[in-house]
Design a protein around this ligand. Structure first.
Ligand code: SF4
Length: 73
């Protein structure tokens, strides 16, 4: 169970380092959200929600996922 969630205002992204193929697509494609030099390295509020969803969709391994979240009350 290595998958970890990164909660943003609009979207929550999860990442499993055991699945990651280190293609670097995420870091190259959307550096405002994915930056391995930063902690935490995923900051879902670093770009628009649509951009985050699109970039997660380009992860070739499935290491990145958009997590469903509860509607806010
Ligand atoms: S795009 Fe996916 S497989 Fe590539 S480095 Fe990012 S998380 Fe890993």
């Amino acid at each position: 169970m290595a998958r970890k969630s990164y909660v943003g205002t609009a979207v929550t992204v999860s990442f499993d380092p055991e699945v990651c193929q280190h293609s670097g697509n995420c870091v190259r494609g959307l550096a405002g959200v994915f930056d391995s030099r930063r902690t935490p390295w995923i900051q879902p509020d670093g770009a628009g929600a649509d951009e985050v969803v699109a970039q997660v969709g380009r992860c070739p391994s499935g290491a990145l996922r958009i997590e469903p979240r509860e509607p806010s009350a």
